[in-house]
Every structure is written in C-alpha cells, then in structure tokens.
Design a protein around this ligand. Structure first.
Ligand SMILES: [Zn+2]
Ligand SMILES: [Zn+2]
Length: 537
C-alpha cells in the first residue's frame, strides 16, 4: 500500500491524497489550490498518475478546496466513481458548475488582456460543461454504512460536522494478507454548530490525516460570539447603518441566517432586511432545505414547529445583478451577507467598496481568511485596500468573530483526537498553514505521545507492502500501458462519432437550418481533419 501527499499539506487548499494497493489507484479528495497566482499554478500540473487509471475519488465534502479539480480530472479521462454523501453531491452540482463558470471568466479576462499585450492566451482549467459532465460519475452513499468498493477496500462516511454532507472517511485497506485502517478527518466542524450534527467520534485507526486550519487558535464559544454579533447589529440599527458579512456560500451563510432569525424570533432585534446577495448561496440554501435529514436535533425541532429557519419574511434573496444593485438604494439599517468569504471575488467586493470607507458601517469577518486575500488584509488592519482599481480607505468598524467558524479550533481538534484508542496511531497533520500544522503536530506528540508529523507536498510513502520495493520514476511512467491508452481513445472516438452522426441526422431533417453557413463550415473542417489524419496514418 502506497500513498502520495498531493496537496493540502503545509497549506489549506488543494486537499488530495493518492493511494495505491495492488494495481488499484484512488484519491481521497481532489481539491483546487486557491489563494493567488503562484499557488494556483499547481492546478495545471499533472500528477504522478493518469486520471484514467484512477478507480475512485472519495470525497469528504463539497468545498472547492476538496472537490474543485474533479471536472479537470474527468476532462483528462477519469471514468471511475466519485463516492460521497448525497448532500455533497447536491452541493457539488452548484459549486462545481459555479467553479467552471469562474474558470471560464478568468480565462476570458486573461485572453482579453493577452490580445492587447500580445500574450499567448489562456484556456480555462475546465468549463461549466466539464463540471456538468463530471456529475455523471458521482455515486452517493449514506452516512454510517460500511461499503465494499472492491476486494480488500471498504469505506464508511461519518458526520464531520463541518458543512452539510461533510464526512470523515474511514478506509479499511487489505493487501497481501496485511490490513490497515486509515481515517481522513476531512474538515472538522466544532461541536454545537447550528444546522449540522456534531462530528462523530472515531476510536480506531492505524493512520490518521488530521486537518489543522485553526490548529493554533481558540475560538470564543458560540454563545459569546452570538452575543457579539447581536451587539454589532443593535449598534448598526441605532445608527441606521449596514452590517456587511462576507461569508462562504455554503454553511456560513446559512448559519448566520439561522442566528439572525433566532434574534428576531426572540425579539432581540426588530425585523430588518437581511439580504443574501450571492446566487451561489441562494442555490446552496435551496439544497439545505432539500437535505433536512442531515440537520441536527435543534434544527429539526424548529422545522417540526412549522418554521423554516432559513426562510423568514425579512430574508431577501437577491439573484440578479439588478436586484443586487438595488440594495444600495436601501438607506435604512440592514444586513448584507455576500460571497466570496475571503472578499477576493464575487459581489462582496461591491459591498465593501460601498461600505469600507463609511465610519458607521460594520464589516463582520466570520470565516478563515487565507494568506494574500483581501479579507486577510482587512483583518490584519490595513488602512486601505484596492478594489476595482480604486484605493478604498478602511474607516468602517471591523470585527472578527471566530466563533462562527466551520472548523474546530485547537481544543476541538485535540478533543476529537483524544477518542482514538490505538497508542500506535500515526498522525499526518494536514490542511493548515505550515507553521500551524507544525505547532499542532508537536502538541500531539507531547500530549498524546503519538507519532505525528507534517508531510511534504508530493511526498511518497510505502505504508506496507507484501515485498517492499522503492517506487522508481520509471515504474510510475510505465503505468499507462500504450495499448490501453490506444483502445480507450478508440472507444471514445467511436462513441463521439456515433453521437455526432445522430445530431447531424437531426440537423439534416430541419430544412433551412441545415444550410446554416456556420454549421457547414464546421462540417467541412471535421471532414478535412479526418482526411488529413487518414493520409498521415
Ligand atoms: Zn471545508
Ligand atoms: Zn478545506
């Protein structure tokens, strides 16, 4: 059994681990690297495997830093199964499509720039179409069920309490008469988070991948944080001002809506407009409503009383750009929740431009702000930030409320870890900034006397093997047998040709439309390419 740490090590994004046993290869998570040009270059890299040789992608949850490269792998030939919970599939449907859209927009922007400067142009990492196609490979499973994927490989998804559908993955791997249990924490929520259930405790494992996003921090309690938010909102109301909350479309937005609804239910604040200005957050909220079986007891009780905590009359969902712009016309007090959570893209940038310079406005940061993002600069006390080519002074009240985080803090992580019973447990600390992961791994060594370390990116390990042998580079390159590639491509060609033929036949029957000059040119081009290929062969 071999592993390779592909991403999400010494950084918070790009989560992916390659696992191999016998001739089987699979991934746990397939995340996108995010947070600036340099790190995002890694998304274009090719792995030490070919996507078409992967049998499975086991997905902990829908966040793009865990799922975002799945469409790229499908585009490059992945035809295996993406195994995840049903709610994760539902969320991926909107999130991957949205991500495809962002990729297309970014490539288009780059192309416009390159046309002016004579650059070579860009192709998107993947498109909306690729994202849609990738959904066909998803195979949802239930929480808590042990599923046999193939001989000697079993998996179970347990609640991770991070976002809707999020899971801890337990894997039982057998090879050459040996067996080990691997556990991937995925992103772990903190207990007491609204809507989702608390993280499950796992007792047994030989190897554990443990996230460390907040491995060196302590969140205030949710109760204290709610009180802080309440005070901020009350002050904004007193000054007829707005509260701007940059929030991740999934979970944070719904948590805040839930909490604000609670303030109104309890009469702590009057009924004021709460704008959800993010099409993605709106779609995500619809998915939450569809997956109420994943809710915790408290949320289910509110539903049973005939109320939907995500659907109150004060909540205004703004989908179109016009509706979004109209928010600026509202001069009274109100709350605007918008994405992206790190203030780097999306409609939040417009709201920040309108409010950062206003002394009475409040900006409430509730989520993790990655290095290099606009959100991080705001949190770190910058005097101004650049938005849409304009320097905007920061005069508004800036608040950071850690207690709404969807990630466990140091105390939460260690408490979760304390339930493991195996004194031989080996821990790989991942999904954190380097310094934070190091700090947490040291603490684990000291406090639990366990083997804990922070792996390197692209580091390969042999966990156990019938006969141990080093993994040579040649052996890796050999993995795509040439005949195999040829036959797969040939099968694709046959399938594509048949589909094209069917479409063209339909076109032929459409009279005038069959004379469309653009279509005729395309057909001419296809014929020319086939003739060319034939003469070359
Ligand atoms: Zn996450
Ligand atoms: Zn993550």
């Amino acid at each position: 059994m071999k592993i390779e740490f592909l991403g999400g090590v010494r950084t918070v994004t790009g989560s992916a681990t390659l696992l191999e046993k016998d001739s089987l290869k699979w991934l746990v998570d397939c995340g996108m690297f995010q947070g600036g040009k340099e790190i995002e270059k890694k998304n274009y890299g090719t792995g030490s495997y070919h996507p078409r040789n992967l049998s499975f992608i086991l997905l902990t949850h829908a966040h793009i830093d865990h799922s975002g490269l799945i469409p790229k792998l499908v585009r490059e030939g992945f035809r295996g199964k993406v195994v995840c919970t049903k709610a994760t599939l539902d969320l991926c449907e909107v999130m991957l499509r949205d991500s495809g859209h962002i990729q297309e927009m970014e490539a288009e922007w780059q192309n416009r720039k390159d046309r002016r400067s004579g650059g070579k142009g860009a192709t998107p990492l993947y498109t909306v179409k690729d994202a849609e196609k990738s959904l066909r490979f998803f195979s949802p499973v239930n929480y808590n069920e042990i599923i046999s994927l193939t001989d000697g490989l079993k998996v179970r998804f347990q609640d991770a309490g991070h976002i809707l559908g999020s899971a801890i993955i337990e894997l039982w791997v057998e090879e050459g008469g040996e067996g080990k249990k691997l556990v991937f924490s995925g992103d772990l929520g903190s207990s007491g988070q609204p809507i989702v259930r608390d993280p499950s405790w796992i007792k047994e494992a030989d190897l554990l991948w443990l996230e460390s996003t907040y491995g060196n921090r302590f969140h205030k309690s949710r109760e204290e944080t709610s009180q802080e938010l309440l005070k901020i909102v009350q002050e904004a109301i007193a000054h007829q001002a707005k509260v701007i909350i940059p929030a991740f479309a999934v979970e944070r937005t719904q948590d805040i809506v839930y909490t604000l609804g609670q303030f109104m239910r309890e009469g702590l604040i009057p009924s004021i407009p709460v704008y959800i200005d993010s099409p993605l957050a709106i779609s995500a909220t619809e998915i939450f409503k569809k997956n109420s079986d994943c809710f915790d007891r408290e949320t289910k009780e509110i539903l049973l009383r005939g109320e939907n905590p995500l659907d109150r009359p004060e909540i205004i969902y703004t989908r179109t750009t016009e509706e979004s712009k109209a928010i600026n016309e509202d001069k009274g007090p109100g709350i605007i929740i918008s994405a992206s959570g790190m203030c780097d893209s999306g409609r939040i940038k417009h709201h920040l431009k309108h409010h950062l310079w206003r002394e009475k406005s409040h900006i409430v940061i509730i989520g993790y702000q990655g290095e290099g993002t606009i959100g991080r600069r705001i949190v770190d006390g910058a005097e101004s930030v650049r938005l849409f080519g304009e320097e905007i002074a920061i005069k508004a009240h800036i608040h950071t409320l850690g207690g709404f985080s969807a990630h466990a803090d140091q105390k939460g992580l260690l408490e979760w870890l304390s339930h493991f019973e195996n004194p031989q447990l080996e821990v790989f600390v991942n999904h954190g900034e380097e310094k934070v992961s190091m700090e947490l791994s040291q603490l684990i060594r000291e406090r639990f006397n366990l083997k804990a370390e922070v792996p390197l990116g692209r580091e390969k390990r042999i966990l156990f093997a019938p006969e141990e042998r080093p993994i040579s580079e040649e052996a890796r390159e050999e993995e795509v047998a040439p005949e195999e590639t040829f036959h797969i491509l040939l099968r694709h060609l046959d399938r594509n040709y048949k589909r094209l033929r069917r479409k063209l036949k339909r076109w032929g029957g459409m009279g005038e439309e069959a004379q469309d000059p653009h279509r005729l040119r395309q057909l001419e081009e296809v014929n020319r390419k086939i003739e060319e290929l034939e003469s070359e062969l």
